[in-house]
Design a protein. Structure first.
Length: 385
């Protein structure tokens, strides 16, 4: 896929390059054991089924499958430093069919150009459908899913992959999700509170299969000392954010304990504001000092600023002067609706209520490496004034 072996870098630099370009995040052995057991508890496979691991890496999946007694395992791995027989999965013959395709495909690094899948680099891209074959590039984890579908024997076959949880954000990746819905009637999405890699990448284990008991259903599973399970309609794959931790948290705790959502008071469009990542006077570090409007200032010029990313800062909120303040790019900024725009007490009360509930936004927001809030997470939050 990518030639990394002529680089004149130090060994440490080379490892970093390979990690990001090849998307190499190796699943810890204890996690591999847990998810294989999970698969078997929902879709039992006999020990003589044919299995493909399409990105074997350090072979943690292969080794655990062998320990479990499976004896017909094929594997692909592109990195010649990890195998004596490097094989690019995208050149693997589609005539080879399997009962189960399982593993941890590489993850795309959004700002690393070479970590994507480029259809033009391959002669055979028959596995790309729904217009994906016409795109210059797609996320490599999606390409792995679509190619794996072509390697399944029949309707009893399954794909079971570690995936970034960002794949299951609502209204995203819908071309790929529609193809999944054409091929599978049951989806299982599993998360727990453990660290799955050496790097802090939020992820899940997704099983795409067909189980009569759960036909047209999605099973959301989360483990955090206790085991939580929710079964929902499979059609929600295209519209809902199906990240087990945040979905189940929202179901249990709702969107706040108030009567009215913040959308009653705030404009739904993100406000235009001055931003500069380096030369700013407002950041996540000082936004909590901006909770009051100074007496001599024009109330109308103050908008709501909420930190939208960061493990410790997400949900921190203040009032910024839209004409005077310069912010870094960690914020959502909302104007108040016209009927509330001169109400100093209301503006300050809203800031106070949001800041009391920062933990709520932390629990909702586990989409990328650091916590990340969506606009509607805030607009749908309920408060009493």
């Amino acid at each position: 896929m990518v030639n990394l072996y002529n680089a004149e870098d130090t060994q440490n630099s080379m490892e970093e390059i390979k990690k990001f370009v090849l998307g190499q995040y190796f699943t810890k052995e204890e996690i591999v054991k847990r998810v294989i057991n999970l698969l078997q508890s929902y879709k039992y496979y006999s020990k003589d089924v044919s299995i493909l691991e399409p990105s074997a890496g350090t072979r943690n999946f292969v080794k655990e499958l062998v320990k479990s007694g499976f004896n017909k395992i094929n594997e692909c791995e592109i990195d010649k430093d990890l195998t004596n027989n490097p094989q690019d999965f995208f050149n693997f013959e589609e005539k080879s069919k399997f009962d189960l395709v399982i593993g941890n495909p590489p993850f795309t690094k959004y700002n690393v150009k070479n970590s994507y899948f480029y259809p033009s680099k391959y002669q055979n891209i028959s596995f790309l459908e729904n217009g994906l074959n016409k795109k210059e590039k797609i996320q490599i984890e999606k390409a792995f899913i679509l190619k794996s579908i072509k390697h399944l024997k029949n309707k009893e076959s399954s794909i079971a992959f570690v995936l970034p949880i960002s794949f299951f954000i609502g209204n995203k990746n819908n071309e790929t999700k529609k193809i999944l819905l054409d091929n599978f009637s049951t989806i299982i999405i599993y998360q727990n509170d453990k660290s799955w890699f050496e790097e802090p990448i939020p992820c899940c284990f997704a099983i795409f299969t067909n189980i009569e008991e759960y036909k047209d259903k999605i099973i959301l599973l989360y483990e955090d000392g206790e085991k939580i399970k929710e079964v929902i309609d499979i059609g929600k794959l295209l519209t809902e954010e199906l990240i087990p931790k945040s979905f189940l948290y929202k179901k249990k705790n709702g969107n706040g304990k108030g009567k009215h959502t913040l959308s009653k008071y705030l404009s739904e469009k993100i406000a235009k504001y001055q931003r500069d990542y380096k030369n700013n006077n407002i950041s996540g570090a000082n936004i909590l000092t901006k909770t009051k409007i100074p007496k001599e200032k024009n109330i109308k010029e103050y908008s709501l600023a909420v930190v939208r990313v960061g493990n410790s800062s997400i949900g921190k909120t203040g009032l910024i002067n839209i004409k005077e303040n310069i912010l870094n790019d960690m914020f959502y900024v909302f104007d108040f609706k016209e009927e509330h725009n001169l109400n100093k007490e209301l503006k300050e009360k809203i800031v106070s209520e949001i800041n009391k509930n920062q933990e709520h936004f932390r629990n909702l927001s586990v989409r990328v490496g650091s916590k990340s809030m969506k606009k509607n997470d805030l607009l749908n939050f309920k408060i009493n004034l």
